[in-house]
Design a protein around this ligand. Structure first.
Ligand code: CAA
Length: 257
């Protein structure tokens, strides 16, 4: 049986590949459970400092698997906590997760990319929330994360007309951190991930947590959270090492402590 999720270690970076090319990487439980298990393993591995989630050149993921969910009834969706149960493992990751998106990122695929901390897009990437065509709505955070990323007008446009947005439009709108030529997507994303993984992991985690606060609290609460994390950073060996190394004009040797 083919493995629908592949995971690899590249130095200090954990790479997760969604591997259902015959279904444009449509996301069923086997895929999402596989991604969650890979994240569990990378989070538990002290040598990993950053995680990359990707698909293939045609699709990051063309959405939740329609065949898999089409006959769900309300009680099944509710009792199994569909989406929340396994998809949200991406959201709860404490190490940074970068989505490397080429081709389609539609419906749940776009939503899964948005659960990651940032999106690097190939110039071939196409984003959209076409659930309206299926008589339903985005159910993995699309109605919440998309407007936060691109604003209300564009989110309404995408969710209500089902049109797709190309990489250029997505970058201009703020959904995407970088656009990369398709044949360099993985190399560039792994390079960025390696850079992140070369820093102090607790500092990286504090920055990720603090930026996420910007979307989950008022400005004052967010600033207070950031300030306390900044104060706490003075208790870290890595802060002492990083600043000493700067003063001594040498490279820091972080210990993740
Ligand atoms: N679920 C299940 N199978 C899917 C799928 C999906 N979301 N997307 C594509 N596939 C399958 C197709 O059924 C097809 O399988 P067969 O070869 O066995 O027929 C295969 O992948 C290739 O797809 P197409 O032949 O359709 O390829 P295309 O290039 O002509 O079209 C596409 C590409 C425009 C992406 C089209 O496949 C499409 O519209 N897919 C569905 C997109 C969608 O509606 N996504 C939202 C799903 S609902 C959701 O995600 C809910 C949520 O918020 C959690």
């Amino acid at each position: 049986m083919t493995q629908v999720v592949l995971s690899e270690i590249h130095g200090k970076v954990g790479l997760i590949r969604i591997n259902r090319p015959e279904a444009l990487n449509a996301l069923n439980d086997a895929v999402v459970d596989g991604i969650a298990a890979a994240i569990d393993a990378f989070e538990a591995d002290d040598h990993i400092g950053c995680i990359v989630l990707t698909g293939n050149e045609k699709a990051f993921a063309a959405g939740a698997d329609i065949g898999f969910m089409k006959d769900f009834d309300y009680m099944h969706a509710y009792r199994t906590d569909f989406i929340t149960r396994n998809w949200e493992r991406i959201k709860t990751a404490r190490k940074p997760v970068i989505a490397a998106v080429a081709g389609f990122a539609l419906g749940g695929g776009c939503e899964m990319a948005m659960m990651c901390d940032m999106i690097f897009a190939a110039d071939t990437a196409r984003f959209g929330q076409p659930e309206i065509r299926l008589g339903t709505l985005p159910g993995a955070g699309g109605t919440q994360r998309l407007p936060r990323a691109v604003g209300k007008a564009k989110a309404m446009d995408l969710c209500l007309t089902a049109r797709m947005m190309d990489a250029q439009e997505a970058e201009k709108a703020g959904l995407v951190a970088r656009i990369v030529p398709a044949d360099q997507l993985l190399d560039v994303t792994l390079d960025a991930a390696r850079t992140i993984a070369s820093f102090s992991l607790p500092a990286v985690m504090m920055i990720k947590e603090s930026i996420n606060r910007a979307f989950e609290s008022s400005l004052n609460e967010g600033l207070l959270f950031e300030r306390r994390a900044f104060h706490a950073a003075f208790a870290m060996e890595d802060q002492k090492e990083g600043m000493a190394a700067f003063m001594e004009k040498r490279k820091p040797a972080f210990k993740n402590r």
